[in-house]
Design a protein around this ligand. Sequence first.
Ligand SMILES: [Zn+2]
Length: 175
Amino acid sequence: MKNLNYCYRCGSELSKKIEEERERYYCNKCGKFVYRNSVPVGGVFVVKNEEVLLIKRGGEPNKGTWSYPAGYLEYDEKPEEGAARELEEETGLKARPEDLKLVATIQLEHPDKYVVGNAYTVSFKDVEGEIRPGDDAEDARFWSIEEMDSHVDEMESPKIIDAAEKAMKLVKDSN
Ligand SMILES: [Zn+2]
């Protein structure tokens, strides 16, 4: 995890100080802590029969690996709205935010931050449009769990497989 070097308020070099038993960044000039938080992401597992739709990441980090269609939430965006927006941008499929069911949270470590994915699921029969990879997705196609398991090294994280399994179960149970 990349270190934080400078205060975002005044540009001074940061030191470290203990607060509530946790070592945090501290700016001596401002006399204030500089807090670091994880960054929220929204994404969707689209389930069709025994398979889930994954995208091939076209951007860093983890470029070229397969993951669920997801992206950063806008400042004032609800997670399910951001998840539906990202799904459409990356795969061309349109889902109604109210049809999305939360299936898992997925924490991933990126070079400069932790991201926390709000991972939703929806059945393929409840989405509209045709699959057309876009935005920063190089490709998009359906995968079975067995196929994902045998290509773990091509997945962004094994956590994607765990969440995909839960998504499949949730969609199956609600049919
Ligand atoms: Zn400062």
